[in-house]
Design a protein around this ligand. Structure first.
Ligand code: G6P
Length: 607
């Protein structure tokens, strides 16, 4: 995800910006650039690592004490020098850096094109520079306001003009933005750690706000122009905590990033009617219509995302779908015939077994689609189609936000295929589309119940064995919940379909045995409840993840972790969040190394 920097003060801006961009590197990027005002505005930008930009600046330095900077993670247009930010209008008097996606980009580009605007890059961001310059009439704030009124999407936008020296204007719609208040100097950044070594005093710019930054400080108002009072946030984190965005662990930080990850993964790809546009998914409607089989190949958490995918593809598309452990598939001589699509799911895009299974499937004539988080990864390069999850870099070995993004990616894919083969009518498309649009807010509300999950974790700290049960989509989520717990708490846990419990595992349920049940699916609700009763009859302790308006479950479970009511098709996305938090808190109470659990690796690139 792109990183943003801005500086106004007494110092030379270029080194300050460059240093800030290096501290934003962890967000992932493919190019970087800065613009500095010194009378006129000059830009230096380059594809690749920040060192390339550094070398460029050494060869051709930029003098000036106000500037903006950016690290880009490509969305519209390939990573290259021209598509790197900052972007200028044709006069070079207005520059912008932008994090996010302008969803109505094509329309705006056509409109400006018809007025005679020529564009240098393939990006959506360049349009914003053109829009600001077109609306400029001596007041940058007014011009920015008019420009963003035309832009739909999620973004943080920072603008500078040579007409108003020593002033930067920025707006935030969803994508993060903070102001660092120094002594006679002011910083802008995507997050606090980028400038924490300069100042500990911050103003957090909220969604829907505009900020005017000068060396003397910053003034925040709403985008519509109403005054905003914002308290200064004094940040006391040490360097280690700062790296984790103020959280104790990367895992918790990443869990909390999930609402934004859902927003990013959906942005620009889904409209209110449920119509989907997936930029690198290149198969045509005829292929989607003829498709008679889907294979999903993955390992670990990605495999569990695939279990959800299988349910979605089969229920929504009615296409037979097999989800395979990639290490089994590669040696399993899979019978791949007809017109099939293989969805290889891999956060890293580098897992050796997943690559091998993907190659095998492609070699046997299946069309290969990579669902991955890493732009330019081996899997993405080898696949005919790519669906990037836009979760940003994930540091914690136990995967959370990448998993959630994989689920979202599969809903988008189901919509894309479903519309083409008329398996998804307008009403269903709208339902799923709406569900995805409200999802970030729902995940946010589940995160608001963390204290309740932490309390539930206390009852699991000394358990010997923990069982997870559910049916259908709930079973898929139970699998992931169980894996999370075992990865970082080192407690034995096991997931199974709720109906399977009585065929063996029930023998292990005695007084106090914890059983976590995921129960969101209306069609099998009563069946799952029967399994809960089997557990209760043996004295087992039931922790349920259920819709918060479900009164029935309160009469059966010992603890209920509520999630907002959703369409059953989308229920699992929210249901996994309390399970992630549960694993986190159990592991924390047990004093484990949460981000780097013993014996496990983030990416397994050997067999
Ligand atoms: C390792 C990681 C897991 C991950 C799996 C697959 O086992 O510890 O968290 O799910 O690899 O990784 P991938 O990058 O292919 O999604």
């Amino acid at each position: 995800m792109c990183g943003i920097m801005g500086y106004v003060g007494p110092r030379e801006a270029a080194p300050v910006l460059l240093d800030g961009l290096r501290r934003l590197e962890y967000r992932g990027y493919d190019s970087a650039g800065i613009a500095v005002a010194n009378g006129a505005i000059s830009v230096r930008k380059a594809e690749g690592k920040i060192d390339r930009l550094g070398a460029l600046l050494e060869a051709a330095p930029l003098a000036g004490t106000a500037g903006i900077g950016h690290t880009r993670w490509a969305t519209h247009g390939e990573p290259n020098d021209v598509n790197a930010h900052p972007h200028s209008d044709p006069s070079g008097e207005f520059v912008v850096v932008h994090n996010g996606i302008i969803e109505n980009f094509s329309r705006l580009r056509d409109e400006l094109g018809a007025e005679g605007h020529d564009f240098a890059s393939d990006t959506d961001s360049e349009i914003l520079a053109h829009l600001v310059s077109r609306h400029y009439d001596g007041d940058l704030v007014a011009a920015v306001r008019l420009a963003v009124a035309r832009a739909e999407g999620a973004y943080a936008l920072v603008v500078m003009t040579s007409h108003e020296p020593g002033r930067i204007v920025a707006v935030r719609r969803i994508s993060p933005l903070v102001v660092g208040l120094g002594d006679g100097e002011t910083f802008l950044a995507s997050d606090i750690p980028a400038v924490l070594h300069h100042t500990r005093d911050f103003l957090v710019v909220e969604d829907g706000e505009l900020v005017v930054v000068t060396a003397d400080g910053a003034v925040i108002e709403t985008i519509e122009g109403e005054a905003v009072e914002r308290d200064v946030l004094r940040v006391e984190w040490d360097a280690e905590r700062a790296e984790k965005g103020g959280y104790d662990h990367f895992m918790l930080k990443e869990i909390y990033e999930q609402p934004a990850v859902v927003t990013e993964t959906v942005a620009g790809r889904l409209d209110a009617e449920g119509s989907v546009w997936l930029e690198d998914v290149r198969f045509d409607d005829a292929f989607a219509a003829e498709l008679d089989r889907i294979w999903v190949a993955a390992c670990g958490t990605a495999y569990h995302a695939g279990l959800v995918g299988r349910e979605i593809f089969q229920r929504i598309l009615r296409i037979p779908t097999s989800v395979e452990y990639a290490h089994e598939m590669r040696y399993g001589d899979p019978i791949i015939t007809g017109s099939s699509l293989t969805v290889a799911i891999s956060q890293s895009g580098e897992t050796a077994d997943t690559l091998a299974a993907a190659r095998l499937a492609a070699g046997r004539g299946s069309r290969l689609l990579a669902l991955t988080n890493v732009v330019g990864s081996t899997l993405s390069r080898e696949a005919a189609d790519v669906l990037y999850t836009r979760a940003g870099p994930e540091v914690s070995v136990a995967s959370t936000k990448a998993y959630l993004a994989m689920l979202v990616g599969q809903y988008l894919l189901a919509l894309r295929i479903g519309r083409a083969r008329h398996a998804v009518d307008a009403e269903l498309a709208k339902r799923i589309g709406h569900g995805l649009h409200v999802l970030p807010g729902q995940v946010e509300s589940v995160l608001g119940n963390e204290a309740q999950v932490a309390a539930a974790a206390e009852s699991l700290v000394d358990a010997d064995d923990i069982y997870f049960i559910g049916r259908g989509l709930d079973y898929a989520v139970a699998m992931e919940g169980s894996l999370k717990l075992k990865e970082i708490s080192y407690l034995h846990s096991e997931a199974m379909p709720a109906g399977e419990l009585k065929h063996g595992t029930l023998a292990l349920v005695t007084r106090g045995t914890p059983v976590v049940v995921v129960i969101t699916q209306g069609a099998v609700y009563d069946k799952t409840l029967s399994a809960v009763q089997e557990v209760k009859a043996r004295g087992g302790r039931v922790i349920a993840v259920a819709y918060e308006d479900d009164d029935e479950i309160l009469r059966h479970a010992d603890t209920v972790l509520g999630i907002p009511r959703a369409d059953d098709l989308l229920g699992p996305v929210c249901a996994v969040v309390p399970l992630q938090l549960l694993a986190y808190h159990v592991a924390k109470l047990r004093g484990h190394d949460i981000d780097q659990p013993r014996n496990l690796a983030k990416s397994v690139t050997v067999e």
